[in-house]
Design a protein around this ligand. Structure first.
Ligand SMILES: *Cc1c(COP(=O)(O)O)cnc(C)c1O
Length: 451
């Protein structure tokens, strides 16, 4: 080990001149779903090697219990208030995941009518769904209203007019909140920051009162709430508090103008620990917000996505090819950016751990720095860079924190079928989505016919 290595108290990593070592044992100590037993990786009593034997790789695996634990932490932490946890479907929209949450009583935050159809197919209730997103179409609005959506989170005046028009045609008033952009810095990656005035999201704080007054004049609009969502993977509580303060200001000014609300929606965005981050806990988050919220006499909504599912999931992948070169060692695995795009898209650092623990940790025989890459024809196709691992072809690796924005962002680039998905609970595993077949990828395509 070199002199530059460092291990802080909380840290599960050792940074050397060669690369980053993520201690698999220490990492799994922070992840409730995962543990090594006799050196083999388990999720909730199920061996990951057994999952690989049965379902192959690449394969997403989710822990039902880990999902419910976080959901429960939200409902417990806000138990003193009327509240509704609306799970953000885009983080992971598998029907089994939605079904588990629907059964636990969750509401849902959706951004398309496709997501609403999934929620309903999974047993969710439309009345407990909020509809977010900057570009709702006529069809989206019509479908949601017909199903009895709980609330549209409206992001522009033109959307408001469109919703009113559809509602008028269906003769069914539309429940709405305005998504207010509080102009606070979420201090997260710019691509997942949404609450700054330069972002495309929401209605500027200073325009909100006037837009509410316009909404109140519309014949088929029923104002029910106020909404904000400032970004994702926030690790500090201050931006949430700053946003809440701005929204509360508006609640008071709306009241003074005779516009009474029923709920306040603070969006999602709570961060998770992928490797070494120390995000604010749900308890601390609640402790910071509760004193302010309890004075409002409004039902409180949250829209968490990542924090509920990220650490409930792993992506299992097999090492296909080891390619040491003069400058770098590449481990080419059977998962790629089409399966998990977060590293390529936002330079996200995700932990990659072996399904079987190395005997001597960082000092194991053959430990070397590896770039864990896919087989896609893009240099941006990597899952992790410069990781100290002891690898052989045929090894199974687990990318942790893959339960959120993993499968849902996957694609068929390079005509690669999307991965299978498995859920585990109580020692059992169940396939919750079959691996796509290659034939299915072009089944809807038609050859050109010369006339
Ligand atoms: C993506 C999104 C969420 C969920 O964000 P997370 O960071 O996954 O908790 C909630 N609300 C809206 C409007 C979103 O776009």
């Amino acid at each position: 080990m070199s002199s530059s290595e460092q291990k802080s108290g909380e840290s599960v990593t050792i940074q050397t001149e060669q690369g980053l070592y993520v201690d698999p044992q220490a990492l799994t100590d922070h992840l409730s779903a995962l543990a090594y037993r006799d050196g083999a990786l388990y999720m909730d009593e199920v061996s990951m090697d057994e999952v690989v034997k049965q379902y192959g790789t690449p394969c997403y695996v989710y822990s039902k219990q880990a999902i419910l634990e976080v959901y429960q932490a939200y409902t417990d932490s806000f138990a003193s208030l009327q509240h509704q946890i609306c799970y953000a479907v885009k983080a992971n929209s598998n029907l089994a995941v939605l079904g588990v949450l629907a059964q636990a009583g969750a509401g849902f935050d959706i951004v398309s009518r496709g997501e609403l159809m999934r929620v309903l197919a999974a047993g969710g209730e439309a009345a407990r769904v909020v509809f977010s997103g900057v570009g709702k179409t006529y069809l989206d609005i019509e479908y949601a209203l017909t199903q009895g959506i709980g609330c549209f989170n409206v992001e522009s005046i033109s959307e408001l007019a469109l919703i009113n028009e559809v509602a008028q045609q269906l003769d069914k008033p539309a429940p709405i909140s305005l998504r207010v952009n509080p102009n606070v810095d979420a201090k997260t990656h710019p691509y997942i920051s949404t609450g700054l005035k330069d972002n495309k999201f929401g209605i500027a704080h200073e325009d909100a009162l006037a837009v509410y007054q316009q909404a109140a004049e519309l014949s088929h609009i029923d104002i029910v709430g106020i909404d904000c969502h400032i970004g994702s993977q926030l690790t500090e509580v201050e931006p949430f508090v700053a946003a809440l303060d701005k929204v509360i200001e508006l609640v008071h000014s709306l009241r003074a103008h005779g516009i009474d609300l029923r709920h306040i929606d603070l969006g999602g965005g709570l961060g998770v620990r992928y490797i070494d981050e120390t995000p604010v806990s749900i308890d601390e988050f609640a402790a910071a917000l509760l004193p302010k919220l309890s004075e409002l006499d409004l039902t409180v909504f949250f829209e968490p996505g990542r924090s509920i599912v990220a650490n409930a999931g792993v992506l299992l992948t097999k090492v296909d090819v080891l390619k040491p070169t003069e400058h770098k060692n590449f481990a080419i695995v059977d998962a790629a950016m089409n399966d998990l795009i977060r590293p390529a898209l936002y330079q996200a650092d995700m932990a990659v751990i072996p399904s079987v623990l190395p005997s001597n940790g960082i000092d194991s025989d053959g430990t070397q720095p590896w770039d864990i890459v896919g087989a896609i024809c893009e240099t941006g196709d990597f899952l992790a860079k410069n990781r100290l691992l002891s690898l052989a072809t045929g090894d199974t690796l687990a990318v942790t924190g893959a339960g959120a924005y993993g499968f849902t962002m996957s694609s068929n680039y390079n005509s690669r079928p999307r991965a299978s998905e498995v859920m585990v609970a109580g020692g059992h595993h169940q396939l919750i989505r079959q691996r796509e077949t290659i034939e299915a990828l072009y089944a809807d395509e038609v050859l050109w016919q010369d006339k």
